[in-house]
Design a protein around this ligand. Structure first.
Ligand SMILES: [Zn+2]
Length: 142
C-alpha cells in the first residue's frame, strides 16, 4: 500500500548520555503520489525502553500547487514497556518538526486518536520500519 523511499540520514549526540543518535529520513508514497516525509531518530546502543525513538511525519499533499497549509506535522514515539514494543501518537506541537517551513500546522494526540488518520499513520510507521533497510541494518531502535 505504501512505498518507502529512503533519502538521507544524519547523526548527533544524545542530550542525556552523549551516545550517538541517528536520524534517517525519506518519503512515503501512496498510489504513486508523495504522502509524507518521515524522520526516525534513535539513540544507538540504548534500548527504546529508556530512549524511545521519535518518528515524525510531514503529512499531506506535495508537489506543484501545494503550500505548507496542505501539510501538517504528526509525531509518534516508539517505545518498549516491560519488554513489549509499542507505538503511540504524541503531540507534534512540542517537536522540532512543528517549526519546519514545510508544515502549516502541528497535530496533537487528541487531533489524531480515534480517527481514520490514526490507522493510516500507524500503517505508515509499519511500512517505514519494514521497508527502510537502514533501520534494520545498523541497529533498529531497541
Ligand atoms: Zn541518552
Amino acid at each position: 500500500m505504501f512505498e518507502v523511499e529512503p533519502v538521507e540520514e544524519s547523526s548527533g549526540f544524545c542530550d542525556c548520555c552523549g551516545n550517538r543518535t541517528r536520524t534517517v529520513w525519506g518519503y512515503v508514497h501512496k498510489e504513486g503520489a508523495a504522502l509524507a516525509s518521515y524522520f526516525l531518530q534513535w539513540t544507538v546502543g540504548r534500548s527504546i525502553e529508556t530512549h524511545p525513538a521519535n518518528f515524525d511525519l510531514i503529512y499531506g499533499s506535495w508537489g506543484e500547487g501545494t503550500t505548507k497549509g496542505d501539510r501538517c506535522a504528526i509525531s509518534l514515539i516508539h517505545f518498549e514497556n516491560a519488554g513489549v514494543p509499542g507505538v503511540s501518537v504524541i503531540d507534534a506541537t512540542n517537536r522540532p518538526v512543528a517549526l519546519s517551513e514545510l508544515v502549516g500546522s502541528a497535530l496533537t494526540r487528541e487531533d489524531i486518536l480515534g480517527t481514520p488518520l490514526a490507522q493510516e499513520v500507524f500503517a505508515i510507521f509499519d511500512a517505514v520500519i519494514v521497508q527502510d533497510h537502514r533501520i534494520n541494518s545498523s541497529g533498529r531502535p531497541g
